[in-house]
Design a protein around this ligand. Structure first.
Ligand SMILES: Nc1ncnc2c1ncn2[C@@H]1O[C@H](COP(=O)(O)OP(=O)(O)OP(=O)(O)O)[C@@H](O)[C@H]1O
Ligand SMILES: [Mg+2]
Length: 294
């Protein structure tokens, strides 16, 4: 297998420690945004001075109302966008001056809309595209494709045309395409949209597995229950800026921030607040645990 493109980068190429493509576990990489501003050619100022540091291996949720700048922000991580000013760094690689192809070895980005990501006539080819581009050999590609499709619950759909799948299934194909690349950083843009309870549980499991492998996971979500159950840190955005950044307990205790960002606290936290509790249970199990004490 040709691992040159990822394991022996030249001085100008992104460096990956222990890339997953050669069969070893790819550790996470930290990412940082420093005073990032970005304006679309139309003149819309989508990011207005965003600074965020995410250590390697952390799992972070980004929340905020429609148009807050969440997608624009994460698209800076794999070079789809380059900041108008400020800096975006992945590991020790400044994303400026690196192509999407190079940054894709570091950051896997699952699109909000799978139809912007998928292009092949067979599910297998969409999932094989990334590893192929990273230089994996055919047998290894087959292995990565099979494993990734199994993880997303679509093992039987390798020869299916993605257009014959439902939106929720296409979203999971898009997720498999990123999992097959085995990147140190995984970015999920609205992963639970359109998924039923089983799909949501499956995605939660994948996030837990990625975290156990040491990967950095960044997810944008409108689902606050999913957010509080699966993430250790929550970043709230509004109008291209960060309004709050902390643990779910901290962030969801700030009604003014939530109101400004048009975000509602997770159900169990709202219920415990309504009951006058000072605790903020994240899960049903935590809520039930605290009941006997009342
Ligand atoms: N291609 C584009 N051209 C011009 N403006 C855009 C483009 N994409 C997004 N915008 C604008 O940039 C701002 C940020 O949009 P972005 O898609 O990053 O928000 P978001 O937080 O991801 O929203 P959502 O929750 O709806 O996905 C919005 O005002 C949006 O209208
Ligand atoms: Mg978005």
């Amino acid at each position: 297998m040709n691992t040159n493109s990822v394991s022996e980068p030249s001085a100008n190429e992104p460096k990956v420690n222990e890339p997953g493509m050669n069969g070893r576990s790819a550790r996470g990489l930290g990412v940082s945004f420093t005073d990032v501003r970005f304006a679309y050619p139309s003149g819309v100022q989508a990011l207005d001075g965003v600074s965020i540091d995410i250590p390697a291996g952390q799992r972070v949720a980004i929340v905020g109302q429609n148009g807050a700048g969440k997608t624009t922000l994460v698209r800076h991580l794999n070079g789809i966008f380059s900041p108008t000013s400020g800096q975006v760094v992945v590991g020790d690689t400044d994303t400026k001056g690196h192509t999407i192809a190079k940054l894709s070895a570091l950051v896997g980005y699952v699109f909000q809309n799978p139809d912007e990501q998928l292009f092949a006539r067979k599910v297998r080819d969409d999932v094989a595209f990334g590893p192929k581009n990273l230089g994996a050999e055919p047998e290894r590609i087959d292995e990565l494709v099979a494993t990734a499709l199994e993880r997303v619950g679509l093992a039987g759909e390798t020869d299916t045309h993605p257009h014959n799948l439902s939106l929720s299934e296409r979203k999971r194909v898009a997720l498999a395409a990123v999992l097959a690349m085995d990147t140190p950083v995984v970015v999920l843009d609205e992963p639970t949209t359109g998924q039923d309870q089983r799909g949501i549980a499956l995605i939660a499991r994948i996030i837990a597995d990625l975290t156990a492998q040491g990967r950095t996971v960044i997810a944008i979500t409108h689902d606050m229950d999913f957010c509080v159950e699966n993430f250790d840190r929550v970043i709230v955005m509004a109008l291209g800026r960060v309004l709050a950044d902390g643990s779910p307990e901290e962030v969801f205790a700030k009604p003014d921030v939530l109101e400004q960002a048009r975000v509602e606290a997770p159900q169990l936290m709202r219920l415990s607040t309504a009951l006058g509790w000072s605790d903020r249970p994240r899960t049903v199990a935590e809520f039930v645990d605290k009941l006997p004490a009342r």
